[in-house]
Structures are given as C-alpha cells and as structure tokens.
Design a protein around this ligand. Structure first.
Ligand code: CO8
Length: 264
C-alpha cells in the first residue's frame, strides 16, 4: 500500500515478519495531523490482518524527530466544539491501541513531544536513540495532554516526575527516560533501527498466539485490580494449554530442537 504521510515496509530490511512504519513529514518534525492518523489507522489495521507479519515498529523519518506533537497549525484553526463533537484524539486509542492485538515497538529517534510522546507511550514498549527527547509541553500552548499523556506517563514514571513534566513542559533526555522506566534502553542514533529490528525479529520468532496472549495479560495489569488480572492471566494460560503450539513447544524442548509454530 502507498501512503502520503507515512511509509510501510513489510519484512522490513529483509527481517521476516517485521513491519516498519515510518511517519514521513520531516519538514514538520513528523507532526501528527489528521492525514497521519488516517494512514496510521489503515497501516496498523493492515499489519493486524496480515498473518505473515508478527511484530511492528513505528518510527519517524529523519534524524530530528519521532513526532514533535499533534499538528499545532491544524489544531489552531479548530474551535472547542470541533474538538468535542469530533471527539478529537479518540481514534488514536480506539482505532490503533485497542485494535492492534499484535505487538508493536516505538523506535524513538528524536523529539517525542506532546502527541508524539503520547503516541510512543501507546506502543508496547519504547526503545530510543541517544538524541531522543520526551516531553508534554502542551501547557505552554495553554492546553494539556489530550492523547493519554497525563495517564500513561503517570503510570510509567510515577506521579512526581509526571506532574513536574506536565506542569513545566520540560523535556526529558533519553538517558533520564531509561532511568525513569519510560523506555527499555538507549541506543546510538545510527544503530537504532538495526537494534529494534533485532528485538522485533525475536518477537516475530515466537509462537504468535502466545505472543498476543502475553501482550493481553501484561496490558490487563493496567486496567484491572490484582485479583481480576490474576484471573485473566490464569484463564489465558489455560486456553493456551489447548493450543497446537503448546504441544509443539513442549515437544520441541524435550526433543532439543526448535519449535515450528502454527499460530494456533
Ligand atoms: N505542529 C506543527 N508543526 C510543527 C510542530 C507541531 N507540533 N512541531 C514542529 N513543527 C514545524 C515548525 O513549525 C517548523 O515548520 P516551519 O519550518 O514551516 O516553520 C518545523 O516543524 C521545524 O520546527 P522548528 O523550526 O521549530 O525546529 P526547532 O529545531 O527550532 O525546534 C522543537 C524543535 C523544540 C521540537 C519545536 O519545533 C517545538 O517546540 N515544536 C512544538 C512542540 C510541541 O509543543 N508539541 C506539542 C504539540 S500539542 C499536542 O501534541 C497535544 C494537543 C495540544 C492542543 C493544542 C491546541 C492549540
């Protein structure tokens, strides 16, 4: 499929099962406008539907930005009624986060500000380059996070730091983001995509149904009480024991060979 504001590459850089999505508006520091949203929804739906693709990566084009936020120029022309009646920002969660049951990784290659930081936090995890900068600077525009920043940042790094970030609008370095548990690790900019592709390839080599199950379980920890989450975990585990891949995975271990996955 071809797009105007993003690119999508399946089996990216020869890595079987890995889709690389790139936001491609470098002249606007990959700011997220309605077209980007529309195309990302389509690209994520295509990734979800394609059984040959088992892990996705989302990054930004150029060396400067993952995404410097929602598109301020587009938003400046909208009235409160437009934001409210269109439920502006809602599809990022309802269409991308909720409908993408397969894993995806944010490879943050520069500024991840406002909606850009919020988009990175929608991923299953974040790996960042050493020049990456994270922040929720919306307060400087007279507004506040609108795509999940106040919730996901607070869950990720705790109240004190999240509150300070939102109230001052300051940026956090990649090193501080790693220390604060916002990201998995920091990688030199030149190595970022190769590094993330390697992790994505490992995920893509796992039994696909177990991958979706693991993602669903970990996400439950953010949505439920401990008791409810433990029940979800137990039930999903029990369902997996009926899968062909469970029989194959255990037989492969005992026979000291690699498993051949059916995804069922
Ligand atoms: N939206 C639209 N265009 C942008 C954005 C953006 N978020 N960020 C950068 N650009 C554009 C600039 O306007 C500029 O375009 P042009 O060359 O046509 O003037 C181009 O990208 C390059 O940017 P700069 O010249 O500013 O580059 P610098 O290296 O000097 O600065 C910064 C980089 C620090 C990242 C700077 O661009 C910046 O501060 N950007 C905005 C960051 C920001 O505030 N993000 C949050 C956006 S708001 C949001 O995501 C949540 C919703 C808030 C609602 C707001 C309602 C009005």
């Amino acid at each position: 499929m071809t797009y105007e504001t993003i690119t999508a590459e399946k089996d990216a850089h020869g890595t079987k099962g890995v889709t690389l999505l790139t936001i491609n508006r470098p002249q606007a520091l990959n700011a997220l406008n309605s077209k980007v949203l529309e195309e990302l929804i389509e690209a994520f739906a295509d990734y979800q539907a394609d059984e040959s693709q088992l892990c996705a990566i989302l990054t930004g084009s150029g060396e400067k930005a993952f995404a410097a936020g929602a598109d301020i120029k587009e938003m400046s022309e909208k009235a409160a009624a437009d934001f409210y009646l269109d439920d502006f920002f809602s599809p990022w969660t309802s269409e991308i986060v909720k409908k993408t049951r397969k894993p995806w990784i944010a490879a943050v290659n520069g500024f991840a500000l406002g909606g850009g930081c919020e988009l990175a936090m929608m991923a299953d995890f974040i790996i960042a380059s050493d020049n990456a900068k994270f922040g929720q600077p919306e307060i400087k525009l007279g507004v506040a996070p609108g795509m999940g920043g106040s919730q996901r940042l607070t869950r990720a790094i705790g109240k004190s730091k999240s509150m300070e970030m939102c109230l001052t609008g300051r940026m956090m370095s990649a090193e501080e983001a790693e220390r604060s548990n916002l990201i998995v690790r920091v990688v030199p900019q030149a190595d970022l995509i190769a590094d993330v592709l390697k992790t994505a390839a490992t995920i893509a080599s796992m039994p696909p149904m177990a991958t979706i199950a693991n993602k669903e379980m970990v996400n439950s920890a953010f949505e439920m009480t401990l008791d409810q989450g433990l029940i979800v975990e137990r039930r999903i585990f029990q369902i997996l024991t009926a899968s062909e891949d469970k029989a194959e995975g255990m037989a492969a271990f005992i026979e000291k060979r690699e498993g051949q996955w059916k995804g069922r």
